[in-house]
Design a protein around this ligand. Structure first.
Ligand code: NCD
Ligand code: ZN
Length: 346
């Protein structure tokens, strides 16, 4: 019934930026309050490129959790031109996935892959080990319009990887276009995608109409309402099993975003599941939320579902204007706006 509480198997976040040090300590509790597990992005400075670094980072995350919090950080490696098959063999069983950032595409991607041919031996080893490849699906060439970079990545790079490694598991991360949703649907069951809450709830008008709003700037950049945002909403609520929750919550200090050259990233960990509930409700698809948020990602990664549940209640609340982030603050997604769902915390 409309407005009755929503109880879900505890969800997981299959794409999360937690940062390190004081920033990590500021944000990790917000994800842990909602999510059972999260795939932790490796784009620190310097990036997490080997298993030793990833396990040390995992220990740091566990130590930063507020007392009494249960949360499982699932670690990833940052792929470079120099990642070897041996790096993958060492990682196998300890590390959940490996992330491809084409160099120059996004925050801390300078050490990313410059030549796809260079990572073929690593991809071969990943295919063998059953280790998923997570892709930031954009090209970085200046000549390619920023709104077309995902579609061009599919044409020029992803189609070839999927053809050359038919058994490699691939998560097309934070998809933003109809092209990407269609590609995933048309591919084998080895290919899945994460969708963020902000790409479901916002489009490029929210970022640009009435003035540039830096807190809506992320990569891949928000696209048009039609056909792209509409296609993401249809994919997320499709129950196909190929699309699952990945917030891409990416905290940046307020001053780094409110700048002449503001950086990319939207922080949404403070109310991730509430945002998804709103998006699904607007599609009349609240009954599809549990699959997307709590089951399909676990199925893809061959993990059991979480055994506890969370409950969302229909209650209006206003998102704070800022949260602490180390010595600074972060402006959260939907700052100052009303949300209709709230996580029950008793
Ligand atoms: C992310 C970040 O800030 O680390 N930024 C973003 O706009 N999404 C990096 C990324 O996932 O692309
Ligand atoms: Zn990300």
């Amino acid at each position: 019934m409309k407005d009755s509480p929503i109880t879900l198997i505890q969800p997981d976040d299959w794409h999360l930026h937690l940062r390190s040090g004081a920033a990590l300590r500021s944000v990790v509790g917000m994800s842990a309050a909602q999510m059972g597990r999260a795939i932790i992005m490796p784009n620190l400075t310097p990036p997490i490129t080997n298993t030793t670094q990833a396990l040390a980072y995992q220990t740091e995350i566990m130590a930063a959790l507020p007392a009494g919090c249960k949360f499982e950080p699932l670690m990833t490696l940052y792929l470079t031109d120099n990642t070897t098959p041996q790096d993958i063999r060492v990682a196998s069983g300890l590390i959940k996935a490996v992330k491809l950032y084409p160099a120059g595409t996004t925050t801390n991607s300078a050490n990313g892959v410059t030549n796809i041919g260079a990572i073929y031996p690593a991809l071969e080893a990943m295919q063998k080990a059953g280790m998923p490849l997570l892709v930031h699906g954009e090209v970085a060439e200046y000549e390619v319009d920023i709104f077309d970079r995902e579609a061009v990545f599919i044409e020029k790079i992803l189609t070839k990887i999927v053809k050359d490694f038919p058994d490699l598991k691939v998560v097309f991360e934070h998809i933003t276009t109809k092209n990407a949703a269609d590609f995933v649907l048309a591919s084998s069951n080895k290919i899945a995608a994460t969708i963020t809450a902000h790409h479901l709830l916002a489009n490029r008008n929210d970022m640009l109409v009435g003035g540039i709003k830096p807190h809506y700037f992320c990569l891949p950049v928000l696209k048009r309402a039609k056909p792209h945002q509409a296609a993401l909403l249809a994919a997320a609520t499709s129950n196909s099993g190929k699309f699952f929750l990945g917030t891409d919550s990416a905290p940046h200090a307020k001053s780094d975003k409110e700048s002449a050259c503001g950086c990319a990233g939207i922080f949404s960990a403070h109310c991730a599941i509430e945002l998804y509930a709103q998006a699904f409700e607007e599609q009349d698809a609240v009954d599809k939320l549990e699959g997307f948020a709590s089951k399909f990602g676990a199925d893809f990664y061959n993990l059991p579902y979480n055994t506890n549940t969370i409950t969302l209640v229909k209650r209006e609340w206003v998102v704070p204007n800022e949260y602490p982030l180390g010595n600074s603050t972060v402006v959260p997604f939907m700052a100052g706006k009303k949300l209709g769902w709230q996580l029950k915390t008793d």
